[in-house]
Design a protein around this ligand. Structure first.
Ligand SMILES: Cc1ncc(COP(=O)(O)O)c(C=O)c1O
Length: 365
């Protein structure tokens, strides 16, 4: 039986993407590959109608973290004073990346899953102590969607530049590219875009790429990748098959109506999971209005540990995801990214009913 992946990436692939990945053997120094690379770059910019005169899309070999590290290590000048907004694992990771690359930074911390305090952010930005803010859009730790519109407009108001981790939101949530403060976002092929792992990307303002910043890294040097990709080349061996997969995935995204249609689809699927859980007495960790379209967290049902829930659902062909750190014993996560059809969803509803209500019967026995 084919397993449906309900973890937040890698996602279940469409047949088209699965075929595209192995459709042809390509040498990465031949014109056929560079044509494909150009097309993927154009299509990435097209998702949010980013003006190619102002914005560059840069493909990076690696995972989402590679794109984050490339973005931060390459675009933050030595004199940067960075404020990192933390409310989960991935906000904390931004701080770790800053620390590793010697970037002066401080954090505005909220608890995991808590909302970012926008009033406190406004006060900190008004103090004039920061040149840049780094934030996570969809904090996948809990499914919280951070208010990047508000964050970007506060940054614009105070002349501070913004870098965003949109690893689990790019392609399915609204991103404020029109805000002058927004300098760059980092994303990956294998989440809302429905490609395969191994390929990540940074979309950044062309002006940001022109800054004279001493490289802190070789293989994640954004300017190096950007410069060579702009002249139909590549600095290192790229993730050729992942680029083939992403080209097809982007074609499918466009055909399905773009990021807004994908958001609607994800929301529809997430609501069905939430309703089923609610009927079974399983509460959501966060209100739907504060959650991303792509993933929601749920309290573990009384009397059912994560491993039993996971294994019961796995037997039915569904892979769910555990909470991280201290949340491991408290919540579970269900992502509705990827190729998930109505039939899969109907089966998931049945599987949840069987595993959760079965456990309740055992609990009462
Ligand atoms: C918001 C966010 N940022 C960063 C990452 C790290 O991505 P990767 O595991 O591909 O390096 C993830 C992974 O789930 C994520 O959800």
């Amino acid at each position: 039986m084919r397993s449906i992946l309900l973890n937040p990436g890698p996602v279940s692939l469409s047949e088209g993407v699965r075929r595209a990945v192995t459709q042809v053997d390509l040498c990465h120094r031949e014109p056929e590959f560079f044509k494909l690379q150009d097309k993927v770059i154009r299509d990435l910019l097209d998702i949010y109608q980013c003006d190619p005169e102002q914005w560059a899309a840069v493909l990076i070999g690696g995972s989402g973290t590679s794109a984050l590290e490339a973005m931060m290590a390459s675009l933050l000048p030595r004199e940067t004073s960075l404020l990192v907004l933390e409310n989960g694992v991935y906000g904390e990771r931004l701080s770790r990346i800053a620390g590793i690359h010697g970037i002066r930074h401080q954090a505005l911390e909220a608890g995991w899953g808590a909302a970012i305090d926008l009033d406190a952010l406004a006060v900190l930005l008004a103090s004039g102590s920061y040149t840049h803010v780094a934030a996570v859009h969809h904090e996948t730790t809990t499914g919280r969607l951070n208010p990047v519109d508000d964050i970007a407009s506060l940054c614009t108001q105070h002349g501070v530049q913004l870098l965003l981790d949109t690893v689990s939101s790019f392609g399915a949530e609204s991103i404020p590219f029109e805000q002058p403060s927004l300098q760059a976002i980092a994303a990956t092929a294998n989440k809302c875009l429905h490609g395969i792992p191994g390929l990540a990307m940074v979309l950044c303002r062309r002006d940001a790429l022109k800054l004279d910043i001493e490289p802190r890294t070789l293989s994640l040097h954004l300017q190096g990748w950007a410069e060579q990709q702009a002249r139909q080349s590549t600095p290192f061996t790229p993730a050729v098959n992942a680029v083939l997969g992403l080209a097809q995935a982007l074609k499918e995204l466009h055909k399905q109506g773009g990021w807004k249609a994908r958001r609607s689809r994800y929301r529809h699927l997430a609501a069905q999971v939430a309703e089923t859980c609610q009927d079974l007495g399983v509460e959501q960790w966060l209100p739907a209005a504060e959650s991303s379209c792509a993933l929601r967290s749920y309290h573990l049902p009384a009397g059912l540990g994560y491993d039993d829930l996971h294994d019961g659902l796995k037997q039915q062909g569904f892979i769910i995801y555990a909470g991280q750190g201290e949340l491991a014993t408290k919540l579970f996560r269900i992502s509705t990214m990827g190729e998930i059809g109505d039939y899969d969803m109907a089966r998931l509803v049945q599987a949840l009913q069987m595993v959760i209500s079965g456990s309740k019967r055992n609990d009462y026995a």
